[in-house]
Design a binder for this molecule. Sequence first.
Ligand SMILES: [Mg+2]
Length: 383
Amino acid sequence: MTASTSSAAGDSIAWVRISSCYLPLANPISDAKVLTGRQKPMTEIAMLFAEIETKDGHKGLGLSYSKRAGGPGQFAHAKEIAPALIGEDPSDISRLWTKLCWAGASVGRSGMSTQAIGAFDVALYDLKARRAGLSLSKLLGSQRDSVQCYNTSGGFLHTPIEQLVVNAGASIERGIGGIKLKVGQPDRALDIQRVETVRKHLGEQVPLMVDANQQWDRPTAQRMCRIFEEFNLVWIEEPLDAYDFEGHAALAATFDTPIATGEMLTSAAEHGELIRHRAADYLMPDAPRVGGITPFLKIAGQAEHAGLSLGPHFAMELHVHLAAVYATEPWVEHFDWLEPLFNERLEIKNGRMLVPTRPGLGLSLSEQARAWTREVAEVGTRP
Ligand SMILES: [Mg+2]
C-alpha cells in the first residue's frame, strides 16, 4: 500500500539543500568520558542543516548534529534519502518521516540514519509554522511563554575550580536560573569538592544539578548518589551507562534526589523502554538525536503519561520551543555554543529563557555558518 495525501493548497516540496558545517569550539571540552580515557576532548561540532523550499516559495530550516565522529555519515545518509522529499506535500510530516525511514530502513531505525532524517523533520516543522505565521511552540500548542533554564557550558571538567565558581556566578548574574556541574571523574573526592565549593558559593537557593556522563559503575553510583543527597540537587544525571535501565531505575527508587537520563538514546523506541523501566525522574530526549520533532513528540507524550519531568538535552534553540509545549514545567539546557551559527539570539530573563515569537524556529543561518560549511548537496529545482 502506498500512502499518500493530496495537498489542499496544491503546494509541494521543490528543492532541498543539505549542508555539513563544522562549528569550532573556543576551548577543547572535557566531560567525564575524557577523564576516564574513553573520548578525546571535543574541539568542534558537526552540524547537518536542511533547507527546504516549496513550489509556492515556503521555506524551512532544520538541523541535526553530531559530536566527535558521525558528521560525514549523517550527511551521506541525508544526501541519499533527500530525493524522496521532492514533489511531496510538506504538511504531511509524519508520513514523510516514515517514508524517509523506509528509504534507509536497512541501516536501522535509530542512530545515524534517523539523525539524518531529523534535519528534514525539523525543517518541515519550521516550514509549517512559518507558513502559518506562528512560532513552533504556538503551532504545537504552547503551555508557557518562557522556560526555566540552567547553564552547562561553564561547568565542564577541563575548567579549574576557581574558574568554575566565576562561571557559575556569571551565569546567575546573566539571568540563567540554574547551574549544572560535570562530575564522574576518576577522583571522586575532586567531584565532591567541586560540588561543595559551588554550592557554598551560590547558597542553598540556586538550583544545582550534576552530570556524571555515564562514567560510574553501579556501586560507585550508589555511593555518590548517597553523598550528593545532602546538596539538595535538582537531579543527578547519567550516573550509569545510558542503556542500564535497571540500574537507573534502582537509583531512582532508592534516593530522594531525582535521576535524569536519556540524552544518548537515539529513537522513540529506546525512550519507550527507558520509560517502561521507570529509569528516570527527568527524561532528557534530544530531538535531533532521536530523529527530529516527530519522534520527540511521541517520547514527550509517553513521558507525560508516565508522570516524568522533562529536561531536553542540548540544542536550546530548538528545545526551547518543544519544552514550552510540555505539560509540567521543564528545564532547558543553556549552551551558548551554537549561537554563532544563527543571526538571532535567545532572550534570558529572571532565570528563564523566553520562547521566541518569530515564525517557525525563529532562526536563520548566519554568514559565519556558511563560511564553516564544508559540503553541500542539493536536489530538485529552487523555485
Ligand atoms: Mg548530560
